[in-house]
Design a protein around this ligand. Structure first.
Ligand code: PEP
Ligand code: MG
Length: 581
Protein backbone atom coordinates (compact mmCIF):
# COMPACT_ATOMS: atom_id res chain seq x y z
CA UNK A 1 0.00 0.00 0.00
CA UNK A 2 1.33 3.37 -1.02
CA UNK A 3 1.47 6.10 1.68
CA UNK A 4 3.47 9.08 2.90
CA UNK A 5 4.54 9.96 6.46
CA UNK A 6 5.88 13.28 7.68
CA UNK A 7 8.62 13.65 10.26
CA UNK A 8 11.50 15.88 11.19
CA UNK A 9 14.44 15.83 8.78
CA UNK A 10 17.65 15.60 10.75
CA UNK A 11 20.08 14.67 8.05
CA UNK A 12 19.77 15.85 4.50
CA UNK A 13 19.79 13.86 1.32
CA UNK A 14 17.52 11.35 -0.34
CA UNK A 15 17.83 7.62 -0.15
CA UNK A 16 15.75 4.85 -1.63
CA UNK A 17 15.92 1.35 -0.23
CA UNK A 18 14.29 -1.51 1.60
CA UNK A 19 12.94 -1.14 5.10
CA UNK A 20 14.73 -3.03 7.84
CA UNK A 21 12.71 -3.04 11.04
CA UNK A 22 14.60 -2.81 14.32
CA UNK A 23 12.73 -3.57 17.49
CA UNK A 24 14.75 -2.46 20.45
CA UNK A 25 17.51 -0.04 21.15
CA UNK A 26 20.04 -2.75 20.25
CA UNK A 27 20.63 -2.67 16.55
CA UNK A 28 21.69 -6.27 16.58
CA UNK A 29 18.34 -7.52 17.74
CA UNK A 30 16.03 -7.01 14.78
CA UNK A 31 12.56 -8.21 15.66
CA UNK A 32 10.01 -9.31 13.10
CA UNK A 33 7.72 -12.17 12.23
CA UNK A 34 8.60 -14.44 9.39
CA UNK A 35 6.31 -16.28 6.98
CA UNK A 36 5.76 -20.03 7.37
CA UNK A 37 7.64 -20.62 4.12
CA UNK A 38 10.66 -18.73 5.44
CA UNK A 39 11.05 -20.94 8.56
CA UNK A 40 13.56 -23.44 7.11
CA UNK A 41 15.71 -20.60 5.73
CA UNK A 42 15.64 -18.80 9.07
CA UNK A 43 16.66 -21.94 10.96
CA UNK A 44 19.47 -22.42 8.48
CA UNK A 45 20.55 -18.83 9.12
CA UNK A 46 20.47 -19.39 12.88
CA UNK A 47 22.47 -22.65 12.69
CA UNK A 48 25.01 -21.06 10.39
CA UNK A 49 25.49 -18.16 12.81
CA UNK A 50 26.02 -20.57 15.71
CA UNK A 51 28.56 -22.46 13.61
CA UNK A 52 30.30 -19.20 12.70
CA UNK A 53 30.50 -18.17 16.37
CA UNK A 54 31.94 -21.58 17.22
CA UNK A 55 34.58 -21.23 14.50
CA UNK A 56 35.47 -17.75 15.75
CA UNK A 57 36.04 -19.04 19.28
CA UNK A 58 38.28 -21.83 17.95
CA UNK A 59 40.20 -19.34 15.85
CA UNK A 60 40.73 -17.07 18.86
CA UNK A 61 41.98 -20.02 20.86
CA UNK A 62 44.39 -21.16 18.18
CA UNK A 63 45.78 -17.64 17.78
CA UNK A 64 46.22 -17.22 21.53
CA UNK A 65 49.86 -16.53 22.40
CA UNK A 66 51.58 -19.12 24.57
CA UNK A 67 52.03 -16.60 27.36
CA UNK A 68 48.35 -15.55 27.43
CA UNK A 69 46.91 -15.66 30.95
CA UNK A 70 45.31 -18.94 31.89
CA UNK A 71 41.97 -17.24 32.59
CA UNK A 72 41.79 -16.33 28.95
CA UNK A 73 41.72 -19.97 27.88
CA UNK A 74 39.16 -20.71 30.57
CA UNK A 75 36.98 -17.90 29.34
CA UNK A 76 37.06 -19.19 25.76
CA UNK A 77 36.12 -22.63 27.05
CA UNK A 78 33.25 -21.24 29.04
CA UNK A 79 31.95 -19.42 25.99
CA UNK A 80 32.20 -22.58 23.93
CA UNK A 81 30.22 -24.47 26.56
CA UNK A 82 27.52 -21.81 26.64
CA UNK A 83 27.31 -21.88 22.88
CA UNK A 84 27.00 -25.65 22.81
CA UNK A 85 24.27 -25.72 25.48
CA UNK A 86 20.95 -26.65 23.98
CA UNK A 87 19.18 -23.83 25.82
CA UNK A 88 21.00 -21.46 23.51
CA UNK A 89 21.74 -23.47 20.41
CA UNK A 90 18.42 -25.35 20.14
CA UNK A 91 15.67 -23.56 22.06
CA UNK A 92 15.65 -20.55 19.67
CA UNK A 93 15.02 -22.93 16.76
CA UNK A 94 11.72 -23.87 18.39
CA UNK A 95 10.79 -20.22 18.72
CA UNK A 96 11.53 -19.72 15.04
CA UNK A 97 9.55 -22.80 14.06
CA UNK A 98 6.56 -22.38 16.33
CA UNK A 99 6.27 -18.67 16.91
CA UNK A 100 7.70 -17.51 13.60
CA UNK A 101 10.20 -15.22 15.26
CA UNK A 102 13.19 -14.13 13.22
CA UNK A 103 16.49 -15.63 14.38
CA UNK A 104 17.75 -12.54 16.26
CA UNK A 105 14.48 -12.11 18.11
CA UNK A 106 14.34 -15.80 19.06
CA UNK A 107 17.91 -15.69 20.31
CA UNK A 108 17.46 -12.53 22.36
CA UNK A 109 14.19 -13.84 23.80
CA UNK A 110 15.92 -17.01 24.91
CA UNK A 111 18.85 -15.04 26.29
CA UNK A 112 16.54 -12.89 28.38
CA UNK A 113 14.97 -16.01 29.84
CA UNK A 114 18.37 -17.44 30.77
CA UNK A 115 19.65 -14.16 32.15
CA UNK A 116 16.57 -13.83 34.36
CA UNK A 117 17.34 -17.27 35.82
CA UNK A 118 20.93 -16.27 36.50
CA UNK A 119 19.85 -13.13 38.26
CA UNK A 120 18.15 -15.21 40.91
CA UNK A 121 21.33 -17.12 41.77
CA UNK A 122 22.76 -16.14 45.14
CA UNK A 123 26.39 -16.89 44.38
CA UNK A 124 27.86 -13.64 43.00
CA UNK A 125 30.37 -15.48 40.80
CA UNK A 126 27.69 -17.52 39.08
CA UNK A 127 25.38 -14.52 38.88
CA UNK A 128 28.12 -12.67 37.01
CA UNK A 129 28.12 -15.40 34.36
CA UNK A 130 25.06 -13.78 32.85
CA UNK A 131 27.52 -11.43 31.22
CA UNK A 132 29.17 -14.35 29.47
CA UNK A 133 25.82 -15.43 28.12
CA UNK A 134 25.25 -11.92 26.81
CA UNK A 135 28.67 -11.85 25.20
CA UNK A 136 28.11 -15.19 23.49
CA UNK A 137 24.73 -14.03 22.24
CA UNK A 138 26.34 -10.87 20.96
CA UNK A 139 28.81 -12.93 18.97
CA UNK A 140 25.99 -14.94 17.40
CA UNK A 141 24.01 -11.77 16.67
CA UNK A 142 27.01 -10.33 14.88
CA UNK A 143 27.30 -13.49 12.83
CA UNK A 144 23.60 -13.16 11.97
CA UNK A 145 24.17 -9.57 10.92
CA UNK A 146 27.03 -10.64 8.72
CA UNK A 147 24.31 -11.97 6.42
CA UNK A 148 24.39 -15.71 6.84
CA UNK A 149 21.23 -16.51 4.95
CA UNK A 150 21.00 -18.91 2.06
CA UNK A 151 21.42 -16.80 -1.05
CA UNK A 152 22.26 -13.76 1.09
CA UNK A 153 18.67 -12.51 1.07
CA UNK A 154 16.67 -10.40 3.43
CA UNK A 155 14.36 -11.87 6.06
CA UNK A 156 11.25 -12.97 4.23
CA UNK A 157 13.20 -14.59 1.44
CA UNK A 158 13.44 -11.50 -0.79
CA UNK A 159 16.77 -10.85 -2.47
CA UNK A 160 19.04 -8.24 -0.91
CA UNK A 161 18.90 -4.81 -2.52
CA UNK A 162 21.73 -4.44 -4.98
CA UNK A 163 23.85 -1.99 -2.97
CA UNK A 164 24.73 -2.62 0.65
CA UNK A 165 23.78 0.92 1.55
CA UNK A 166 20.17 0.39 0.59
CA UNK A 167 18.88 -0.93 3.88
CA UNK A 168 16.84 1.70 5.69
CA UNK A 169 16.59 1.15 9.44
CA UNK A 170 13.11 1.75 10.81
CA UNK A 171 13.02 1.85 14.61
CA UNK A 172 10.80 3.14 17.33
CA UNK A 173 13.80 4.82 18.90
CA UNK A 174 17.56 4.61 18.78
CA UNK A 175 19.92 5.74 21.50
CA UNK A 176 23.06 7.76 20.71
CA UNK A 177 25.00 4.61 21.60
CA UNK A 178 23.06 2.68 18.95
CA UNK A 179 23.75 5.39 16.43
CA UNK A 180 27.44 5.04 17.04
CA UNK A 181 27.07 1.46 15.86
CA UNK A 182 25.87 2.86 12.54
CA UNK A 183 29.40 4.09 12.07
CA UNK A 184 30.44 0.47 11.70
CA UNK A 185 27.53 -0.83 9.66
CA UNK A 186 26.52 0.43 6.27
CA UNK A 187 22.93 1.58 6.16
CA UNK A 188 21.29 3.80 3.60
CA UNK A 189 19.17 5.80 6.00
CA UNK A 190 17.28 5.72 9.23
CA UNK A 191 13.84 6.57 10.43
CA UNK A 192 12.58 6.68 14.01
CA UNK A 193 9.20 7.29 15.59
CA UNK A 194 10.71 9.16 18.53
CA UNK A 195 13.38 11.84 18.78
CA UNK A 196 13.90 15.54 18.27
CA UNK A 197 16.02 17.45 15.81
CA UNK A 198 18.93 18.02 18.19
CA UNK A 199 18.74 14.78 20.11
CA UNK A 200 22.18 13.19 20.15
CA UNK A 201 20.78 10.39 18.05
CA UNK A 202 19.99 12.92 15.33
CA UNK A 203 23.35 14.62 15.72
CA UNK A 204 25.24 11.39 15.18
CA UNK A 205 23.04 10.56 12.19
CA UNK A 206 23.99 13.88 10.69
CA UNK A 207 27.66 13.10 11.16
CA UNK A 208 27.17 9.92 9.14
CA UNK A 209 25.78 11.93 6.27
CA UNK A 210 22.97 9.49 5.67
CA UNK A 211 19.42 10.75 5.16
CA UNK A 212 17.48 10.49 8.39
CA UNK A 213 14.06 11.35 9.76
CA UNK A 214 12.89 11.34 13.36
CA UNK A 215 9.55 11.94 15.07
CA UNK A 216 7.42 9.90 12.64
CA UNK A 217 5.27 8.55 15.49
CA UNK A 218 3.92 5.33 13.89
CA UNK A 219 6.35 4.37 11.14
CA UNK A 220 7.53 1.27 12.99
CA UNK A 221 3.98 -0.09 13.12
CA UNK A 222 2.96 0.85 9.60
CA UNK A 223 5.95 -0.30 7.61
CA UNK A 224 6.70 -3.93 6.88
CA UNK A 225 10.10 -5.52 6.61
CA UNK A 226 11.52 -5.06 3.15
CA UNK A 227 8.96 -2.47 1.98
CA UNK A 228 10.47 -0.10 -0.57
CA UNK A 229 10.82 3.33 1.07
CA UNK A 230 12.09 6.74 0.05
CA UNK A 231 13.65 8.81 2.84
CA UNK A 232 13.57 12.46 1.88
CA UNK A 233 15.83 14.08 4.46
CA UNK A 234 15.41 17.47 2.81
CA UNK A 235 11.62 17.80 3.10
CA UNK A 236 11.17 15.46 6.09
CA UNK A 237 9.03 13.00 4.14
CA UNK A 238 8.95 9.22 4.06
CA UNK A 239 7.29 7.64 1.02
CA UNK A 240 6.36 4.00 1.46
CA UNK A 241 5.87 1.73 -1.53
CA UNK A 242 6.05 4.59 -4.07
CA UNK A 243 4.54 4.34 -7.54
CA UNK A 244 6.97 4.37 -10.49
CA UNK A 245 6.48 8.07 -11.31
CA UNK A 246 7.30 9.18 -7.76
CA UNK A 247 10.23 6.78 -7.67
CA UNK A 248 11.59 8.22 -10.93
CA UNK A 249 11.24 11.79 -9.65
CA UNK A 250 13.09 10.93 -6.45
CA UNK A 251 15.90 9.15 -8.29
CA UNK A 252 16.43 12.36 -10.23
CA UNK A 253 16.47 14.50 -7.08
CA UNK A 254 18.82 12.04 -5.44
CA UNK A 255 21.35 12.32 -8.25
CA UNK A 256 21.09 16.13 -8.24
CA UNK A 257 21.78 16.21 -4.52
CA UNK A 258 24.78 13.90 -5.05
CA UNK A 259 26.12 16.20 -7.76
CA UNK A 260 25.80 19.25 -5.52
CA UNK A 261 27.77 17.52 -2.78
CA UNK A 262 30.38 16.49 -5.30
CA UNK A 263 30.77 20.09 -6.44
CA UNK A 264 31.25 21.29 -2.87
CA UNK A 265 34.35 19.12 -2.57
CA UNK A 266 36.19 21.56 -4.81
CA UNK A 267 36.09 24.09 -1.97
CA UNK A 268 38.17 21.93 0.36
CA UNK A 269 41.32 24.01 0.21
CA UNK A 270 39.75 27.37 -0.57
CA UNK A 271 40.52 29.72 2.36
CA UNK A 272 37.37 30.45 4.31
CA UNK A 273 36.57 34.17 4.18
CA UNK A 274 33.64 36.42 3.38
CA UNK A 275 33.45 38.41 0.13
CA UNK A 276 35.22 41.35 1.77
CA UNK A 277 38.05 39.10 2.91
CA UNK A 278 37.17 38.65 6.59
CA UNK A 279 38.50 35.24 7.66
CA UNK A 280 35.99 32.84 9.21
CA UNK A 281 37.29 29.76 11.01
CA UNK A 282 35.54 26.47 10.27
CA UNK A 283 36.12 23.61 12.68
CA UNK A 284 34.77 20.09 12.88
CA UNK A 285 32.85 18.28 15.63
CA UNK A 286 33.75 14.66 16.28
CA UNK A 287 32.49 11.85 18.49
CA UNK A 288 35.29 9.33 18.01
CA UNK A 289 38.79 9.28 16.51
CA UNK A 290 37.34 7.31 13.60
CA UNK A 291 35.63 10.53 12.45
CA UNK A 292 39.05 11.96 11.59
CA UNK A 293 38.90 10.78 7.95
CA UNK A 294 35.86 12.97 7.30
CA UNK A 295 37.51 15.86 9.15
CA UNK A 296 40.58 15.69 6.91
CA UNK A 297 38.42 15.45 3.80
CA UNK A 298 36.44 18.53 4.79
CA UNK A 299 39.54 20.71 5.09
CA UNK A 300 38.57 21.73 8.64
CA UNK A 301 40.93 24.10 10.44
CA UNK A 302 40.82 21.94 13.53
CA UNK A 303 38.48 20.02 15.82
CA UNK A 304 36.19 22.48 17.58
CA UNK A 305 34.36 19.92 19.68
CA UNK A 306 35.39 16.38 20.58
CA UNK A 307 32.39 14.86 22.38
CA UNK A 308 34.47 12.51 24.53
CA UNK A 309 31.47 10.85 26.18
CA UNK A 310 31.08 8.69 23.08
CA UNK A 311 34.30 6.90 24.06
CA UNK A 312 32.40 5.71 27.13
CA UNK A 313 29.40 4.21 25.33
CA UNK A 314 28.62 0.67 24.14
CA UNK A 315 30.90 -0.92 26.68
CA UNK A 316 30.71 -2.45 30.11
CA UNK A 317 33.81 -0.94 31.72
CA UNK A 318 34.86 2.69 31.53
CA UNK A 319 37.88 3.44 29.36
CA UNK A 320 41.05 3.70 31.45
CA UNK A 321 43.18 6.84 31.56
CA UNK A 322 45.61 5.19 29.12
CA UNK A 323 42.90 4.25 26.67
CA UNK A 324 41.54 7.79 26.77
CA UNK A 325 45.03 9.22 26.39
CA UNK A 326 45.57 7.12 23.27
CA UNK A 327 42.31 8.33 21.72
CA UNK A 328 43.09 11.99 22.48
CA UNK A 329 46.67 11.63 21.29
CA UNK A 330 45.49 10.05 18.03
CA UNK A 331 43.28 13.06 17.34
CA UNK A 332 45.91 15.61 18.43
CA UNK A 333 48.57 14.00 16.24
CA UNK A 334 46.31 13.63 13.22
CA UNK A 335 45.41 17.32 13.34
CA UNK A 336 49.11 18.09 13.20
CA UNK A 337 49.28 21.38 15.10
CA UNK A 338 45.75 22.50 14.25
CA UNK A 339 43.67 23.10 17.41
CA UNK A 340 41.76 20.21 18.97
CA UNK A 341 39.13 21.22 21.52
CA UNK A 342 38.51 18.26 23.80
CA UNK A 343 35.33 18.60 25.80
CA UNK A 344 35.33 16.87 29.15
CA UNK A 345 32.67 14.26 29.76
CA UNK A 346 29.13 15.37 29.02
CA UNK A 347 27.40 12.27 30.30
CA UNK A 348 23.83 12.15 31.45
CA UNK A 349 20.43 12.99 29.95
CA UNK A 350 20.21 11.03 26.69
CA UNK A 351 23.90 10.14 26.73
CA UNK A 352 23.84 7.37 29.29
CA UNK A 353 26.55 4.79 29.78
CA UNK A 354 26.11 1.22 30.88
CA UNK A 355 26.26 0.93 34.64
CA UNK A 356 27.35 4.57 34.97
CA UNK A 357 25.14 7.31 36.26
CA UNK A 358 22.14 5.42 35.03
CA UNK A 359 20.26 5.80 38.30
CA UNK A 360 16.78 6.97 37.52
CA UNK A 361 16.71 10.73 37.69
CA UNK A 362 13.39 12.53 37.84
CA UNK A 363 14.56 14.96 35.20
CA UNK A 364 17.82 13.83 33.60
CA UNK A 365 18.41 16.94 31.48
CA UNK A 366 18.29 19.00 34.68
CA UNK A 367 20.06 16.46 36.82
CA UNK A 368 23.59 15.38 37.57
CA UNK A 369 24.80 15.85 34.01
CA UNK A 370 28.07 16.86 32.38
CA UNK A 371 30.31 18.99 34.61
CA UNK A 372 28.03 18.37 37.59
CA UNK A 373 28.56 14.64 37.20
CA UNK A 374 32.32 15.05 36.77
CA UNK A 375 32.64 17.20 39.87
CA UNK A 376 30.67 14.57 41.81
CA UNK A 377 33.03 11.85 40.51
CA UNK A 378 36.46 13.43 41.04
CA UNK A 379 38.50 10.29 40.28
CA UNK A 380 36.81 9.87 36.92
CA UNK A 381 37.27 13.54 36.15
CA UNK A 382 40.91 13.60 37.22
CA UNK A 383 41.69 10.56 35.06
CA UNK A 384 40.20 12.30 32.05
CA UNK A 385 42.03 15.54 32.75
CA UNK A 386 45.34 13.68 33.08
CA UNK A 387 44.66 11.84 29.81
CA UNK A 388 43.95 15.13 28.02
CA UNK A 389 46.99 16.82 29.52
CA UNK A 390 49.23 13.93 28.47
CA UNK A 391 47.87 14.15 24.92
CA UNK A 392 48.57 17.89 24.86
CA UNK A 393 52.24 17.12 24.16
CA UNK A 394 51.28 15.71 20.79
CA UNK A 395 49.47 18.62 19.22
CA UNK A 396 47.53 21.78 19.99
CA UNK A 397 45.01 20.62 22.57
CA UNK A 398 42.47 22.77 24.44
CA UNK A 399 40.04 21.77 27.18
CA UNK A 400 36.33 22.64 27.05
CA UNK A 401 34.01 22.34 30.07
CA UNK A 402 30.34 21.55 29.36
CA UNK A 403 27.14 22.81 31.04
CA UNK A 404 28.68 25.44 33.27
CA UNK A 405 26.28 27.69 35.14
CA UNK A 406 28.04 28.69 38.38
CA UNK A 407 31.32 30.44 39.15
CA UNK A 408 32.17 27.75 41.66
CA UNK A 409 31.89 25.08 38.97
CA UNK A 410 34.55 26.88 36.97
CA UNK A 411 36.73 27.32 40.07
CA UNK A 412 36.36 23.70 41.10
CA UNK A 413 37.13 22.48 37.58
CA UNK A 414 40.22 24.67 37.35
CA UNK A 415 41.30 23.34 40.73
CA UNK A 416 40.89 19.80 39.53
CA UNK A 417 42.99 20.64 36.51
CA UNK A 418 45.66 22.00 38.82
CA UNK A 419 45.57 18.76 40.78
CA UNK A 420 45.82 16.70 37.60
CA UNK A 421 48.83 18.77 36.54
CA UNK A 422 50.44 18.26 39.93
CA UNK A 423 49.91 14.51 39.69
CA UNK A 424 51.68 14.47 36.33
CA UNK A 425 54.46 16.73 37.65
CA UNK A 426 55.01 14.27 40.49
CA UNK A 427 55.54 11.54 37.94
CA UNK A 428 57.62 13.80 35.69
CA UNK A 429 55.17 13.41 32.84
CA UNK A 430 55.27 16.30 30.43
CA UNK A 431 52.25 18.25 29.12
CA UNK A 432 51.42 21.64 27.65
CA UNK A 433 51.75 23.94 30.69
CA UNK A 434 49.82 26.70 28.94
CA UNK A 435 46.88 24.55 27.87
CA UNK A 436 43.83 26.75 27.25
CA UNK A 437 40.60 26.08 29.13
CA UNK A 438 37.24 27.16 27.75
CA UNK A 439 33.61 26.85 28.74
CA UNK A 440 30.43 25.92 26.93
CA UNK A 441 27.73 28.55 27.01
CA UNK A 442 24.66 26.33 26.86
CA UNK A 443 22.72 27.21 29.98
CA UNK A 444 20.86 30.54 29.74
CA UNK A 445 22.31 31.53 33.12
CA UNK A 446 25.79 31.37 31.63
CA UNK A 447 24.81 33.51 28.66
CA UNK A 448 23.26 36.07 31.01
CA UNK A 449 26.22 36.16 33.38
CA UNK A 450 28.89 36.19 30.70
CA UNK A 451 31.52 38.47 32.31
CA UNK A 452 32.03 35.90 35.06
CA UNK A 453 32.88 33.30 32.38
CA UNK A 454 35.05 35.66 30.37
CA UNK A 455 37.12 36.53 33.42
CA UNK A 456 37.86 32.94 34.37
CA UNK A 457 38.19 31.18 31.02
CA UNK A 458 40.40 31.44 27.93
CA UNK A 459 37.65 30.91 25.34
CA UNK A 460 33.94 30.19 25.00
CA UNK A 461 31.81 27.98 22.79
CA UNK A 462 28.04 28.32 22.47
CA UNK A 463 26.18 25.02 22.59
CA UNK A 464 23.01 26.06 20.84
CA UNK A 465 21.36 22.64 21.21
CA UNK A 466 21.20 22.86 24.96
CA UNK A 467 20.83 26.62 25.00
CA UNK A 468 17.60 26.23 23.01
CA UNK A 469 16.47 23.29 25.12
CA UNK A 470 16.92 25.20 28.37
CA UNK A 471 15.73 28.59 27.13
CA UNK A 472 12.50 27.24 25.65
CA UNK A 473 12.06 24.49 28.26
CA UNK A 474 11.70 21.74 25.66
CA UNK A 475 13.31 18.34 25.95
CA UNK A 476 15.48 18.05 22.85
CA UNK A 477 14.88 14.31 22.66
CA UNK A 478 11.10 14.41 22.94
CA UNK A 479 9.22 14.23 19.64
CA UNK A 480 6.04 15.47 21.34
CA UNK A 481 7.63 18.92 21.72
CA UNK A 482 9.91 18.83 18.67
CA UNK A 483 7.72 21.40 16.91
CA UNK A 484 8.54 23.89 19.68
CA UNK A 485 12.26 23.68 19.01
CA UNK A 486 12.93 27.03 17.38
CA UNK A 487 16.43 28.45 16.87
CA UNK A 488 14.79 31.66 15.64
CA UNK A 489 12.84 32.34 18.83
CA UNK A 490 13.70 35.94 19.79
CA UNK A 491 14.87 34.85 23.24
CA UNK A 492 17.29 32.36 21.75
CA UNK A 493 18.60 34.81 19.17
CA UNK A 494 19.07 37.43 21.86
CA UNK A 495 21.13 35.15 24.04
CA UNK A 496 23.30 34.06 21.13
CA UNK A 497 23.86 37.53 19.67
CA UNK A 498 24.51 39.03 23.09
CA UNK A 499 27.05 36.33 23.94
CA UNK A 500 28.91 36.74 20.65
CA UNK A 501 28.98 40.51 20.89
CA UNK A 502 30.02 40.63 24.55
CA UNK A 503 32.81 38.10 23.96
CA UNK A 504 34.04 39.96 20.88
CA UNK A 505 34.06 43.24 22.81
CA UNK A 506 35.97 41.69 25.69
CA UNK A 507 38.46 39.94 23.39
CA UNK A 508 37.47 36.41 24.47
CA UNK A 509 37.50 33.98 21.52
CA UNK A 510 34.00 32.69 20.92
CA UNK A 511 32.67 29.86 18.73
CA UNK A 512 29.33 28.18 18.12
CA UNK A 513 29.52 24.38 18.21
CA UNK A 514 25.82 23.44 18.41
CA UNK A 515 23.80 22.34 15.39
CA UNK A 516 23.02 25.93 14.41
CA UNK A 517 26.64 26.29 13.28
CA UNK A 518 26.07 23.59 10.66
CA UNK A 519 22.84 24.98 9.23
CA UNK A 520 23.60 26.95 6.03
CA UNK A 521 20.30 28.82 6.47
CA UNK A 522 21.71 30.42 9.63
CA UNK A 523 25.31 31.09 8.55
CA UNK A 524 24.76 34.66 7.43
CA UNK A 525 22.71 35.48 10.51
CA UNK A 526 25.51 34.26 12.79
CA UNK A 527 28.11 36.09 10.70
CA UNK A 528 25.97 39.20 11.00
CA UNK A 529 25.95 38.79 14.80
CA UNK A 530 29.76 38.83 14.66
CA UNK A 531 30.58 35.13 14.81
CA UNK A 532 33.89 34.20 13.18
CA UNK A 533 34.34 30.63 14.42
CA UNK A 534 31.91 27.82 13.56
CA UNK A 535 32.23 24.19 14.59
CA UNK A 536 30.04 21.49 13.04
CA UNK A 537 30.18 17.97 11.75
CA UNK A 538 32.61 17.60 8.89
CA UNK A 539 29.77 16.63 6.57
CA UNK A 540 28.28 20.13 6.82
CA UNK A 541 31.50 22.07 6.65
CA UNK A 542 31.79 22.67 2.92
CA UNK A 543 28.18 23.77 2.57
CA UNK A 544 28.85 26.34 5.33
CA UNK A 545 32.06 27.41 3.63
CA UNK A 546 30.15 28.00 0.40
CA UNK A 547 27.78 30.30 2.32
CA UNK A 548 30.65 32.16 3.95
CA UNK A 549 32.36 32.68 0.60
CA UNK A 550 29.20 34.24 -0.81
CA UNK A 551 28.48 36.53 2.15
CA UNK A 552 28.82 40.25 2.06
CA UNK A 553 29.29 41.28 5.70
CA UNK A 554 28.34 44.89 5.06
CA UNK A 555 24.89 43.64 3.99
CA UNK A 556 24.58 40.82 6.51
CA UNK A 557 25.33 42.89 9.63
CA UNK A 558 22.46 45.42 9.45
CA UNK A 559 19.99 42.71 8.40
CA UNK A 560 21.06 40.51 11.32
CA UNK A 561 20.50 43.45 13.68
CA UNK A 562 17.02 43.91 12.22
CA UNK A 563 16.26 40.23 12.81
CA UNK A 564 17.30 40.77 16.41
CA UNK A 565 14.88 43.66 16.89
CA UNK A 566 12.01 41.68 15.41
CA UNK A 567 9.44 40.06 17.65
CA UNK A 568 6.98 38.85 15.00
CA UNK A 569 8.06 35.31 13.93
CA UNK A 570 6.68 35.73 10.41
CA UNK A 571 8.71 38.92 9.93
CA UNK A 572 11.80 37.24 11.36
CA UNK A 573 11.51 34.53 8.73
CA UNK A 574 10.93 37.11 6.01
CA UNK A 575 14.06 38.99 7.02
CA UNK A 576 16.05 35.81 7.19
CA UNK A 577 14.95 34.90 3.68
CA UNK A 578 16.14 38.33 2.55
CA UNK A 579 19.45 37.80 4.33
CA UNK A 580 19.89 34.48 2.55
CA UNK A 581 18.84 35.67 -0.89
C1 PEP B 1 25.14 21.81 22.43
O1 PEP B 1 24.46 21.63 23.43
O2 PEP B 1 24.84 22.61 21.53
C2 PEP B 1 26.38 21.03 22.22
C3 PEP B 1 27.23 21.33 21.27
O3 PEP B 1 26.59 19.96 23.04
P1 PEP B 1 25.80 18.58 22.92
O4 PEP B 1 24.97 18.63 21.67
O5 PEP B 1 26.80 17.50 22.90
O6 PEP B 1 24.96 18.59 24.16
MG1 MG C 1 25.27 20.48 25.05
Amino acid sequence: MNFVLHGVAVSAGITIGNAHLVSSARLEAAHYEIAEAAVPGEIFRFDAAIARARQELSAIESQMAGDAPAEFGAFINLHRMILADSSLSHAPRELIRERHMNAEWALVQQMEKLVAQFEEIEDPYLRERRQDIEQVVERVLKALQAGLRPGGGLPGGEPLPSAEGNLIVIAHDLSPADMILFKRHKFGGFVTDAGGVTSHTAIVARSLNIPALVGLHHARQMIRENDVVIVDGIQGVLVVDPDPVVLGEYRLRQSQHGLERQKLKRLKSTPSATLDGTPVELFANIELPQDLGDVQESGAQGVGLFRTEFLFMNRKALPSEDEQFEAYREVAKAMDGRPVVIRTLDLGADKAIEGGNSVEMPNPALGLRAIRYCLAEPQLFLAQLRAILRASKFGHVKILLPMLAHAHEIDQSLNMLKQAKQQLDDKRIDYDKAIAVGGMIEVPAAALALPMFMRKLDFLSIGTNDLIQYTLAIDRTDDAVAHLYDPLHPAVLHLIAHTIQAANRGGTPIAVCGEMAGDPGLTRLLLGFGLRNFSMHAQQLLAIKERVLRTNLAEAQPLAQRVLRQSDPAKTRELLAKLNS
